[in-house]
Design a protein around this ligand. Structure first.
Ligand code: GN1
Ligand code: MG
Length: 348
């Protein structure tokens, strides 16, 4: 299979080695070694990304814009195939694309220090900032309504009605708890009807492993532009809060370990504002804290919806994994809301 893919890049059979790489839930990733160079190869999950060519379009448009307007901005463009394509389709195998592995860079799976949170937030902020002049109409949405929390909420209600009966019974208390947060959905609906909330080039997957760091720990660039599409800044800032604030991830089963680290919140705010302070509107800034509640709540209901739908989207490695993830995110949301007053009053 790998030969069939890599020959499109001009790699002769037997001239390369391939190792599994990374731990995303959606795409498969490998590291490829070929003639002293290293690459990252990915198979795009076409159940999730129904039109993988939309991703290729977006990356191409962005790359062209950046080359013209911000030639110094460090952007990792995909390796082109012999036929000059950014993504290839292999019959029976799926869609693939490959990137050069950035020498001297490393990615992290877990945020360990506030400085890492700061560096990542600065990188995601800078990314949206350098693309401020880019017309978002040129972008496709590879997953339409990806962060439309009204729709996610609707899907949750539908799953609660028509999903796996035993699972719905088992998770009754958690469902009831999550249904209490309808205000988060209403806030979103107000946001999208307010023209002062701008649609911008948004990454939509700001976990730490989507930032490359250099050896000294400085952020180099953002990667993984699959979910790049027009969106609101709350998606990017919110997913950083969701994934950097607690010392444990969405997979943690011991919920007592889920805590909110104030200094990491501050680091995200300083890092992001350092780039975006002049770009964000006054009203957007008022929703900075809200971003975290928005993303955590949406993730909680997405996991629970999937649990009720027999894990058809996220899959599961053990029975009840998506229930654990949903419960974990519900606690994270609670812990964050407990700190609303303290965290919203941080002066920047
Ligand atoms: C998925 O594949 P990965 O881990 O980058 C999901 C995100 C979720 C995340 C939760 C396309 O991201 O939205 O936040 O899982 N991506 C898609 O771990 O659904
Ligand atoms: Mg991703």
């Amino acid at each position: 299979m790998q030969s069939a893919i890599l020959m499109n890049y001009g790699f002769a059979p037997e001239s390369f080695t391939v190792k599994v790489f990374g731990n995303g839930l959606i795409n498969h990733t490998w590291k490829v070694y070929h003639e002293g160079r290293e690459y990252i190869l990915q198979r795009i999950n076409d159940q999730v990304f129904k039109n993988p060519m939309d991703i290729a379009n977006n990356v191409e448009q962005i790359a062209t814009y950046l080359k013209q307007h911000h030639p110094d901005y460090f952007f990792v463009a995909p390796v082109k195939t012999i036929e000059e394509k950014g993504i290839i389709y292999i019959e029976g195998e799926g869609y693939f694309r490959m990137f050069p592995f950035v020498k001297g860079s490393h990615a992290k799976d877990v945020v360990e220090t506030p400085n890492e949170a700061f560096e990542a937030a600065a990188q995601f902020g800078r990314f949206t900032k350098v693309l401020e002049g880019f017309s978002i109409n040129q972008l496709k949405s590879p997953i339409p309504d990806f962060h439309n929390i009204s729709l996610r909420h609707q899907q949750f209600l539908t799953a609660l009605k028509h999903g796996n009966k035993n699972r719905i019974r088992e998770a009754g208390a958690l469902s009831a708890e999550l249904l209490n947060y309808a205000g988060i959905v209403t806030d979103y609906e107000n946001i999208i009807s307010d023209h002062r909330f701008k649609k911008r080039v948004t990454h939509h997957d700001t976990k730490i492993s989507n930032v490359l760091f250099d050896d000294s720990g400085k952020g180099l660039c953002v990667i993984d532009l699959d979910t790049l599409m027009p969106g609101y800044f709350i998606s990017d800032v919110g997913d950083m809060m969701r994934t950097y604030l607690s010392p444990v991830s969405e997979e943690e089963m011991d919920f007592s370990k889920i805590i909110i680290r104030d200094d990491f919140f501050k680091a995200i705010a300083i890092g992001y504002y350092g780039e975006m302070k002049e770009v964000l509107t006054q009203i957007e800034k008022k929703y900075f804290f809200y971003a975290g509640t928005f993303m955590i709540y949406m993730q909680a209901i997405r996991f629970l919806t999937d649990y009720f739908n027999d894990d058809s989207y996220y899959g599961s490695k053990y029975p009840g994994q998506n229930l654990v993830r949903a419960g974990n995110q519900a606690i994270l949301l609670k812990r964050l809301l407990e700190k609303k007053d303290t965290l919203s009053s941080i002066n920047l």
